[in-house]
Design a protein around this ligand. Sequence first.
Ligand SMILES: [Fe+2]
Ligand SMILES: [Fe+2]
Length: 314
Amino acid sequence: MSIELPLENAPLTQLQQTPIDNVLNIIDQGLVHLPSYRELFYRWERQQWRAEEIDFSPDRFQWEKMGQQERQDRLYGLSAFFRGEACVTDTLAPYITAMPDEEMRIFLTTQLADEARHTVFFARFFKEVLEIDKTRLEDTLENIQQYMNKHLQYILIDSLADVAERIRQEPKNLAHLIEGITLYHVIVEGTMALAGQRGILELYRQNNLFPAFRGGFTAVARDESRHVVFGVKFLREMIQRDAANARVVKAAIDKYAQVAFTALTPADENIPDILAMQQDPWVSPRYALDSLRKKIKVIGLSMDLPVVPPPPLF
Ligand SMILES: [Fe+2]
Ligand SMILES: [Fe+2]
């Protein structure tokens, strides 16, 4: 008989069966009682897992039996995550140097290790299950860009690199760092990734798809919950220290939020078909909008956000 451990210490085998909403609730709880940076660090120490130990053979077996169309669908859903994990790994280092407080810097070093682990997890899955491996990791990442829409590319590839470069060049310019955390932790992790992860993990769990992947990806979501809480806490404190910083956060949300929602919305030409199947094309951007709203409230702002259509009536 297996013993259920609290999510806090759950191993990969248990995370495989855990509904993603249970993991995402950790963020909401974290936003009600913001933990200290040190507590987030200790959580990281308790929540270690190994990308190396996952046995992907059941997933590989399912992939081999899949038709061409379903293979394409899976590739489109997962490539942005693989590439995104590599982008956040590559761009976090300047943030660490620029952090104003030591406890913040210490926490961010744990996040850098997390993002590297997430990238390795996806690299293994793409190689061992989806059969995409161009030998050098850089070449594999270049190859899968074809499965990302231009909005995803703008946010994950261009914008993350642009802000990180500005922080690197001017580490004492707090406005760059605040824009960066708003983009990286609130828009990319706390809005886009959350909505994407939820959609993918729910679909896979309901269809018992890729069980080994699910365990790892749920561990990724648990890691992300610490990152998102860090970002919200940081921005809230920056605004408490100087109210003028609120303008920087708002400007960044105005700049990136609409593109983020568009990136999560199916292409215009596919919407009539989705509606004809009596499915809701806006589930993902609506969930993302709701996630963003919660974060903005805890950060201490009130502002207008882009509009996402309501659920269609069939
Ligand atoms: Fe990540
Ligand atoms: Fe992250």
